[in-house]
Design a protein around this ligand. Structure first.
Ligand code: EPU
Length: 482
């Protein structure tokens, strides 16, 4: 290159760079203000029978636990079948803060090199966004002998203590203090040591967190009264594929023999049984005929059993289920329980089924403290439901009627979408960011089944535009693989 031309380019770049940076900064600011001001909603015209095929995405709760487990490893791990959902996005932001190297392989695959993590502290603004951030207490404690993480956020359905996690960390030799909103854990002897941990109540998060902390501890840890959810098994399978020694996951006694080193791996997350269950419920509620693909039917047995009891016909194959329903659903009684019982994460969706079934149905919540907030929204659509403590009694009505309702949390939100699909007229579901924490491309999947649903970007200034789900925004911070 000619010298004069090179000098000209350098001078032009220097002169223009403040302007370019300012414009870029303005655009970023404007975009983030617009995103901050977004109040996106779904607009649904209901009463359509849904039919066709739907492909189920990767399991949200397994994804976040496995992504956290990667931080225990000593070599890069490639995680496949991740959903493009808000919770995965938050985890990528946490990894950035921790200093890990992230490579975005494709829309569903991310490679994380955790060997460069030096920092064992996660800021409040990220942990408050989701409950599963508490898994970093187990992993960072297990790897560095200490961790400082804010008390977790997540869906609000009553008090959600983490005393059983803390009890587990203490049993492994950690000193735990909770001050100024942070949980600080320090291994008393610099390293954790295996021990017995008995949970007073079944806890999914507690079970996974103690597995994570014990994976690199010295000696044997035995967890009794462990949770048996599919994602507990998936985390154990992932860790075993990196050289961990975990046995018994999926039963109520799990044994973990600590290992010093975890190598890299490529691992695919299991399908999301709650997303699958939601589509099963939608098929039944709309009197539809839906083939649900990429699932593990065994994980859906309790949901299949209840839908069959209500009159739906369910045919299953190796990795698919077909749900067909004609006529009005029959009444049912449901009690949510830890796996393999009926999942609490399907309780609001079951509530919509009960709202339109013939006769009186009773739902008892056996896992969480208060998960019936959605019934107030459902009542605005004409449902007849009374809640007394942990029990809701539904007098089934023939029709729900469209209304403007709110997503009060993730599963409550998807239940409102379901109600909108069933109702006569137009339903607007607001605060759909809750739903997009855990459902990938919900409106697109429903549209493919024949639903009339549109995602509208609404701004606080009253402006409204049709829009699509924002893909993993962490993509902007990720390096694209060639
Ligand atoms: N509990 C305690 N002490 C503890 C931990 C839990 O008392 O130390 C209580 C909770 O308050 C709750 C019950 O035990 O009443 C069960 O809590 P669990 O620990 O099993 O729930 P979690 O780990 O916080 C996970 C899922 C939830 C799901 C529950 C129950 C993740 C990230 N979250 O939460 O998923 O509802 O298990 O199955 O895995 C969702 O996907 O919408 C969702 C909320």
């Amino acid at each position: 290159m000619e010298m004069w031309y090179y000098k000209f380019v350098c001078a032009a770049r220097t002169a223009l760079s403040p302007f370019v940076n300012t414009v870029a900064h303005r655009l970023r600011l404007e975009k983030s203000t617009r995103e901050g001001n977004r109040m996106d909603k779904f607009v649904i015209n209901g009463c359509r029978r849904l039919s066709g095929e739907v492909e189920i995405s990767g399991n949200k709760n397994a994804s976040v636990a496995i992504l956290a487990a990667v931080s225990l490893c000593d070599e890069p791990c490639r995680i496949e079948n991740l959903s493009q959902i808000g919770d995965v996005d938050v985890f990528m932001q946490i990894y950035e803060k921790l200093g890990a190297k992230i490579t975005h392989i494709d829309a569903k695959t991310i490679e994380i090199d955790p060997s460069c993590i030096k920092n064992a502290e996660i800021p409040y603004k990220l942990t408050k966004l989701m409950r599963a951030s508490y898994y970093f207490i187990g992993t960072l404690l297990g790897r560095f002998g200490r961790a400082k993480v804010c008390m977790p956020g997540g869906c609000d359905f009553g008090s959600r203590p983490i005393d059983q996690h803390i009890k587990g960390f203490e049993a492994l030799g950690a000193a735990v203090s909770v001050e100024h909103g942070f949980i600080e854990t320090i291994a008393k002897n610099g390293r954790l040591a295996g021990n017995s941990v008995y949970f007073d109540n079944i806890t999914v998060g507690g079970t996974i967190n103690v597995i994570l902390a014990a994976t690199k501890a010295d000696g044997l840890t035995v967890i009794e009264n462990a949770a048996k959810e599919p994602h507990v098994v998936d985390v154990a399978n992932f860790l075993n594929s990196t050289g961990a020694d975990i046995r018994g996951a999926g039963t109520d006694v799990i044994k973990i023999r600590g290992v010093p080193y975890l190598h890299g791996t490529t691992y695919g997350v299991i399908p999301d049984q709650i997303e699958a269950g939601t589509f099963m419920a939608i098929a039944a509620a709309t009197g539809g005929d839906v083939l649900i693909k990429n699932i593990i039917p065994k994980h859906l047995e309790s949901i299949s059993a209840k839908l069959t009891e209500m009159g739906a016909e369910i045919i299953s194959g190796d990795d698919w289920l077909r749900v067909r329903c004609a006529g009005r659903l029959a009444r049912v009684n449901i009690k949510t329980q830890p796996h393999p019982g009926f999942p609490t994460d399907m309780q609001p969706q079951a509530g919509v089924l009960c709202a339109v079934a013939s006769g009186t149905s009773v739902i008892s919540e056996g896992v969480t403290e208060n998960r019936f907030r959605y019934t107030e929204e459902l009542a605005r659509m004409g449902a007849m439901v009374k809640v007394d403590g942990k029990t809701a009694v539904f007098e089934g009505v023939e029709n729900l009627t469209g209304a403007t309702v709110r997503a009060t949390d993730l599963r409550a939100g998807v239940a409102m979408v379901m109600a909108g699909l069933v109702a006569k007229g137009t339903t607007e579901v607001e605060d759909i960011h809750f739903i997009e924490r855990g459902y990938e491309f919900l409106e697109k999947k429903l549209t493919m089944l024949g639903a009339d649903i549109k995602r509208i970007s609404a701004y606080k200034n009253g402006e409204e535009t049709p829009s699509g789900q924002i893909p993993i925004t962490a993509g902007k911070a990720l390096k694209k693989a060639n």
